[in-house]
Design a protein around this ligand. Structure first.
Ligand SMILES: Cc1cc2nc3c(=O)[nH]c(=O)nc-3n(C[C@H](O)[C@H](O)[C@H](O)COP(=O)(O)OP(=O)(O)OC[C@H]3O[C@@H](n4cnc5c(N)ncnc54)[C@H](O)[C@@H]3O)c2cc1C
Length: 382
């Protein structure tokens, strides 16, 4: 059997990567089933910013407007000091005009609901944690509920600790940045405040980002160097020297809704595909969140796969081309993001002063060049 449209395609993992890939493949005329370990499509992690590159793809997939309506458009990104004094501002309007879409901040629950609705819940199997994957002429997938299925093609979208990657590729070193992160959504009536702006306030060895996701909800994240978390100090204590608005955002968030995680990534790997199996999203190229690009890169994977599947080549050809087209950009993001994370967390007074001064005087054109490189999704798919 070599007609891709008759093949049984299994996507492992129903995060943003798996869901977007399912949508892209469905729209290119293929039958796909997502196998997701969670009992519901329940996103971890408060809010998210879907940048211009991802929104261009959501536009092509027909869900841009729905996502925009459920979130908050962002036209300016500001880096400030801990007191919200501006160090640098990136005006995104140039890119909005160039590519015809906005960056959008949205609750993850809203985004995943929109994608799942488009795919259709009949194509998403929940409570299916993949335990074992055996590759012969096809794939035997065994789940933790003692069921198994046979698939012709497997797409591993099962996140940074991917079972598909571990069992079929045997690769993947997870790197710990020694930075720790809290995330939350706080309810604040900010109808006339901070519209269409995202902020990241840099202190010494710590930073705090916030952005509106609706008129009454603010998504925030706080990151600190592990060395500063003495005696398990709580987040309010750690950020008490930041601007009062920031302290207020933290205090207004229900404590049991605050999510704590380590900031980790996947050391770049050079193989994402093998025959009729491939890896996408965090399973292939998990990055630190410093460029806000992890999920956006998963969306780019989905887009490229959707286009290649449309050409009706063999799965082997599709995956080899996908890897060739996507790897350079994904690795650029992982490596650049890793460096930004180090610079943003300088603790020493002189280093902080020097960093802030350099960021302030950095030519606008250099910043715009980097943003354009990230937002451009012009893949040569022949
Ligand atoms: C603090 C922070 C902020 C971030 N902010 C942004 C941002 O603003 N913009 C952005 O683009 N990115 C951001 N990211 C990155 C983004 O969250 C990830 O890159 C993105 O969620 C990856 O999507 P994914 O679908 O590849 O993997 P995941 O989201 O990890 O999804 C994997 C899915 O697979 C399922 N799964 C796992 N194992 C199995 C198994 N064995 N069997 C079946 N199912 C399984 C999981 O339950 C999950 O649903 C941020 C990350 C962090 C930590």
């Amino acid at each position: 059997m070599n007609n891709l449209r008759q093949m049984k395609i299994a996507i492992i993992g129903g995060g943003i990567g798996g869901l977007t890939t399912a949508l892209a493949l469905k729209q290119s005329g293929h039958e796909v089933t997502i196998y997701e370990s969670a009992p519901e499509i329940k996103p971890v992690g408060a809010g998210i910013i879907m940048a211009n590159n991802a929104m261009q793809i959501f536009d092509k997939l027909g869900v841009r407007k729905t996502i925009e309506n459920a979130g908050h458009k962002i036209s300016n990104i500001k880096i400030t000091d801990a007191q919200l004094n501006i160090i640098s501002a990136s005006d995104l309007t140039k890119f909005e005009k160039k590519y015809g879409v906005y960056n959008v901040a949205i609750h993850r629950a809203e985004l995943q609901k929109i994608l799942a609705n488009e795919i259709g819940f009949q194509n998403i199997q929940l409570s299916k944690r993949l335990l074992q994957i055996e590759q012969k002429s096809d794939f035997k997938l065994t789940f933790d509920d003692n069921t198994s299925i046979i698939a012709d093609i497997v797409i591993g979208a099962d996140g940074i600790k991917s079972v598909v990657r571990n069992q079929l590729f045997g690769t993947g070193t997870i790197r710990d940045t020694n930075q720790r992160c809290w995330r939350g959504v706080s309810e604040l009536d900010w109808t006339s405040k901070y519209n269409h702006e995202a902020f990241e306030a840099w202190g010494k060895g710590k930073r705090f980002g916030f952005v509106k996701i609706s008129n009454k909800e603010v998504y925030w994240y706080a990151v600190i160097n592990e060395s500063l978390r003495k005696n398990n100090a709580n987040i309010t204590e750690l950020f008490k020297d930041f601007h009062p608005e920031i302290v207020k955002i933290i205090l207004e968030t229900p404590k049991d809704k605050i999510i704590f995680s380590d900031i980790i990534d996947l050391q770049p790997i050079n193989q994402w595909q093998k025959g009729r199996v491939c890896l996408i999203g965090d399973a292939a190229h998990a990055t630190t969140p410093n460029m806000g690009q992890g999920a956006c890169q998963a969306v780019e994977d989905a887009y490229v796969l959707g286009k290649l599947f449309r050409q009706r080549k063999s799965a082997e050809e599709v995956f080899a081309k996908y890897e060739k087209l996507r790897m350079k950009k994904a690795h650029y993001i992982v490596n650049t993001s890793w460096t930004i994370g180090k610079v943003a967390h300088f603790q020493n007074n002189v280093a902080v002063w020097l960093r802030n001064t350099l960021v302030k005087i950095m030519p606008k054109s250099a910043n715009e060049k980097q943003l354009d490189k990230v937002f451009n999704i012009d893949y040569e798919i022949t």
